[in-house]
Design a protein around this ligand. Structure first.
Ligand SMILES: Cc1ncc(C[n+]2csc(CCOP(=O)(O)OP(=O)(O)O)c2C)c(N)n1
Length: 630
């Protein structure tokens, strides 16, 4: 079938299993072809083809609510709800979003990107349903990785207590991005191999009926036998004890098994956990054979070979540079312990993990725990290196404030993917960390201009023993600069003049330095002399240099690839105000007060006015203001 002709999922109702099997093959073919050109989350989506079809056949979306946790596995859902014809634009500027999007379709009832939110949202919807007296099914679909997130466990606890009618579909493929970790993962492992729980449960009921129901000692013994039998035979007891009816394990690629269990789940009162076993990457060999998570999300690839098409970048990735520098230092500094919340591959910690297996902890999708774990380590004189994406650090704000900064503990935060990230879009842009860290006492916040300064900052952070220190760096590769052999400490709170000038001072850091230097070069041709300062410490700022600038009355332009509200430019404004420089001319460039959608970083920067041309233009509006005042 040509899947681009699908308008909505109603057509599934009349299809036979044989036809659905063919449809699954067509959808897989479509995904493999389309994503080979656009890139995207191929592995997770190939794994949920039959499951998504079955859900749309058994339930009536959008009346019934399907909530996709993390949301990167919603492509099949998008195809079945009439969006296949937009797949050429997937994750591109103004194109189809890679995650559920309420403005895209009435079938996208909950937006995701960060994991482990679906159960709480489902509970909210269930309470609303019951208060309004309607009768729709509420079906969150959550991965075994996402289930390790604290929020998901908090929600399970609440749902089980309230006994709400919610059908939780656990999509268990044994993978997070990398192989899943944790004790809960082991519980699921036992369930996977335990055989059909429902069958065991029925047998057990029969057996228990044979135990005579008499009072006294014998009844107590019977109860004990009952309990121990339950524990012996039924691993699903973990969820049962939480108040859920556990169904499964179900073969997520077998329609008959799926239909039988989904229909059964619909009849059960109270919360149900339907345990579905799927294979990530199913139907495309390179993705199916992937053991580390390379095919979780990819760029374009050659279908026949599975080779990725992205030109090989000669400069090291930022993540690699930072993690490998830490690894080097860990050879002599035994205090260093690395922590990742489920991103060992993205954070390039494989090398560290193989060299120091007992000093490396993948804690699963648990940013809050990761942060407080680091704090605990620091209380004992260790030097925790917490590699965490800017966007996911948002989850751990209170742990940063309450546990790390308040106790002034020596935690080294490596804030990866800081700034715009591109195709993952608004749920993943790393643009808030400056605003939510800058106001927290005790923390040092820095961003390097290139990889060489980056490695020196790693060294600085490891040597720094006066409290928390955070090094933010962008997604992708460095500039390809030469690396010094010897590492050195950069004095905390010092800036660097990269280019001298007398008409205006541009204060910037990290990714926006090249555009500032380029703009300065262009403006020089118009006789405008621009000073460019590498404001590499966002906190503490170089106060001596700031005083010098303000006293000289030079206009100031701040540029940051981060939100303007509460950002670095705001810090400069506060400084000017607090020190009585009320006449100072200060302009700020950065990310406006709205969420920035997906697209290439280049397109997004253009859209929000953060390019060399925009800097040139802005400087030209500032200079006349200065002249008017003079
Ligand atoms: C709060 C949060 N932390 C980290 C991530 C990064 N991340 C995206 S998908 C994923 C793994 C999800 O695994 P699972 O739920 O099992 O889904 P699968 O991809 O295996 O289908 C992770 C860690 C995220 N999206 N949100």
């Amino acid at each position: 079938m040509d899947v681009t002709t699908i308008k909505n999922p109603r057509f599934l109702k009349s299809m036979s299993t044989k036809e659905l099997i063919q449809l699954s093959a067509d959808i897989r073919q479509f995904l493999i072809e389309k994503l080979s050109k656009t890139g995207g989350h191929i592995g997770p989506n190939l794994g949920v083809v039959e499951l998504t079809i079955a859900l749309h056949k058994v339930f009536d979306s959008p009346k019934d609510k399907l909530l996709w946790d993390v949301g990167h596995q919603s492509y099949v859902h998008k195809i079945l709800t009439g969006r296949a014809c937009e797949f050429d634009t997937l994750r591109q500027y103004k194109g189809l979003c890679g995650f559920p999007k309420r403005s895209e379709s009435e079938h996208d009832v909950w937006e995701t990107g960060h994991s482990s939110t679906s159960l709480s949202a489902a509970m909210g919807m269930a309470i609303a349903r019951d208060l309004k007296g309607t009768n729709e099914y509420i079906v969150p679909i959550i991965g075994d990785g996402a289930l390790t997130g604290g929020m998901a466990l908090e929600a399970l606890n609440h749902i089980g207590h309230e006994k709400k009618d919610i059908i939780v579909v656990l999509n268990d493929n044994e993978m997070s991005i990398a192989p899943n970790v944790g004790a809960l993962h082991n519980v699921l492992g036992r369930l996977r191999t335990a055989g059909k729980y429902q069958w065991v449960k029925d047998e057990l009921e029969l057996l228990l009926k044979k135990i005579p129901a008499v009072g006294g000692k014998l009844a107590a013994t019977a109860e004990r036998i009952k309990d121990s039998l339950k524990y012996l035979l039924v691993s699903g007891v973990f969820f049962e004890e939480l108040g859920f009816t556990y169904l499964g394990p179900v073969d997520g690629h077998d329609f008959d098994d799926l239909f039988e269990n989904l229909h059964y789940a619909k009849k059960i009162k109270g919360p149900v956990l339907l345990h579905v076993i799927t294979k990530k990457g199913k139907g495309y060999r390179p993705a199916e054979n992937d053991k580390v998570g390379t095919w979780h999300g990819t760029g374009p690839y050659k279908i026949e070979t599975g080779d990725f098409l992205k030109p090989v970048d000669t400069a090291p990735s930022w993540s690699e540079l930072i993690s490998e520098t830490v690894r080097k230092l860990a050879r002599t500094d035994k205090r260093i312990v690395s922590i990742t919340p489920a991103m060992p591959v993205g954070s390039k910690l494989e090398g560290f993990a193989s060299e120091f297996p007992d000093r490396m902890y993948d804690v699963g999708i648990a940013e809050q725990h990761a942060t407080t774990l680091a704090a605990g380590l620091a209380t004992q004189g260790m030097k925790p290196f917490l590699a965490i994406y800017s966007t996911f650090l948002q989850r751990a704000y209170d742990q940063v404030v309450h546990d790390v900064c308040r106790q002034n503990l020596n935690v080294f935060f490596a804030i990866d993917r800081a700034g715009l990230v591109g195709a993952d879009g608004e749920t993943h842009q790393g643009v808030f960390d400056i605003a939510f860290l800058r106001h927290v006492p005790n923390i040092v916040l820095m961003m390097p201009k290139d990889e060489n300064e980056g490695q020196h900052m790693v060294y600085t952070a490891i040597q720094y023993d006066d409290g928390p220190i955070a090094l933010r760096f962008p997604r992708g590769n460095g500039l390809g600069v030469k690396l010094d052999e010897e590492l050195k400490q950069i004095p905390i709170g010092t800036w660097e003049v990269l280019r001298d000038g007398r008409d205006i001072a541009v204060l910037t850091f990290g990714t926006t330095i090249p555009m500032a230097l380029e703009a300065a070069e262009k403006l020089a041709k118009d006789n405008i002399s621009v000073k460019v300062i590498n404001a590499r410490f966002i906190k503490p700022m170089d106060e001596a240099m700031l005083h010098e600038l303000f006293r000289s009355n030079i206009p100031i332009l701040t540029i940051e690839e981060a939100v303007l509200q509460g950002g670095f430019g705001s810090a400069v404004l506060e400084f000017a105000h607090d020190h009585g420089y009320h006449q100072a001319i200060i302009d700020r460039m950065g990310i406006p007060d709205r969420f920035i959608e997906h697209g290439s970083v280049k397109e997004l920067l253009k859209e929000i006015g953060l390019t060399t041309a925009h800097v040139v233009e802005r400087v030209k509006t500032i200079i006349p203001r200065k002249q008017k005042r003079a």
